[in-house]
Design a protein around this ligand. Sequence first.
Ligand SMILES: Cc1cc2nc3c(=O)[nH]c(=O)nc-3n(C[C@H](O)[C@H](O)[C@H](O)COP(=O)(O)OP(=O)(O)OC[C@H]3O[C@@H](n4cnc5c(N)ncnc54)[C@H](O)[C@@H]3O)c2cc1C
Length: 410
Amino acid sequence: MTHSATIIGGSMAGLFAGNALRKKGWDISIHEKVPVPLSGRGAGIATYDELADLVFKSTGNNNVLGTSAKSRISLDQKGKIIASYNYPQVYTSWQYLFSILREKIDNKNYFMGDDCTEIHHGKEKVTAVFNNKKEKQSDLIIIANGIKSELRHYVDSTASPQYAGYVGWRGVVYEDQLSKKSLEMLSNYFIVVLPNNQQIAAYPIAGEGKDPFKIGNRRINWIWYKPANTKKLNTLLLGKSGQQFVDGIPPNEIRNEIVQDLFKEAENKLPPQLTELVLKTSQPLIQPIFDLESDKMLNKRVITIGDAAFTARPHIGMGVTKAALDAFTLSDYLQNDGYLEELINWETSRVESGKFLVNRSRLLGRYLSEPEKNETLVMPDVTDVLKDTAISLNDIKTNLNNINNSILNN
Ligand SMILES: Cc1cc2nc3c(=O)[nH]c(=O)nc-3n(C[C@H](O)[C@H](O)[C@H](O)COP(=O)(O)OP(=O)(O)OC[C@H]3O[C@@H](n4cnc5c(N)ncnc54)[C@H](O)[C@@H]3O)c2cc1C
């Protein structure tokens, strides 16, 4: 008998789940609320061997996933190298990864404009209800609809995103828009700089269109973390139209004076290569940073995966790999008929792993929120930041010393 799963959310976690279950012979359908093909999210994604392996297992894609930086460095304000760590790594773009995963899902199984609003448990089946009056009955529902999930409560009614006290300003610039001098550093290295109470990271990622990995066609991605208490956050999220946004702001609503302040700060605080990068970004984006932890990922026939279950801060660069692991480990449990009883073991191990990653990302970002009154800000050693940021799960196990040292020092 063929089993069926309805997957809510057509981004990374949804596509990994669709591909993993498809491989195990499940009948799947993916429902994405956005009515047009997802695109332009612009984020750079750090990859690891384990992610490349999971992409290969889902899609058969054996090609390198992105473009590489040969090692990691930090710069002083004049732009000279002051620290380095040898960690060659492949970086890709959200869009490139999406296209590889999406290609393997038949269009007849991927529905756009399907906004799931309700879930109903039956005895043998579960039903997803969509705002366009569509209903879909299946053996399982997999909720893969991201940190803002309004369906999470069907699995865990207590979990909700918590603001971390800082934002990431981010952007991308095409290599051919940058000066030769800045490119020497920006296209070859993963760069981290730590202005007081802040952090900026930059690295090359795939371009868009033809030959996305060719030097010159690639883009340089940057993210600049800056503390913002709730009052400051509200100021940043007050739109041009006068609308007060709450947990994110559409790019076209970001006020010009806020962007000008950012540019001024870049000129005062950053090395020249990063100043040029920030100033040449036509539309910087603001990403408030949130943590999300769940105690449960399973309620009978309904499951949460990816950012809908756990969202770690971007410092660990692990969201996509974690989503892929949620999906693949789940598909292993779904191979036999008695899967419903055994899923509890899947849940236990994924909750443990999710909590570990969220906690680790909190430790890496703890100095980026404003210190409490009476607390002295202790900045980490930049070499430890180079060693701990966006590393593979295998390296996390061996690198735990760096983060443990920072905990002791703080
Ligand atoms: C700045 C930044 C940098 C990052 N860097 C990295 C990195 O280097 N490496 C890495 O691995 N990860 C990184 N991440 C994290 C990674 O991008 C996320 O973890 C990942 O995209 C989560 O995928 P997801 O599918 O779970 O959720 P999402 O990508 O949020 O997708 C959820 C989807 O569900 C849809 N949806 C929502 N509600 C409904 C509904 N009711 N019905 C139907 N559809 C719905 C949404 O439209 C959306 O398409 C980064 C994140 C950020 C913000």
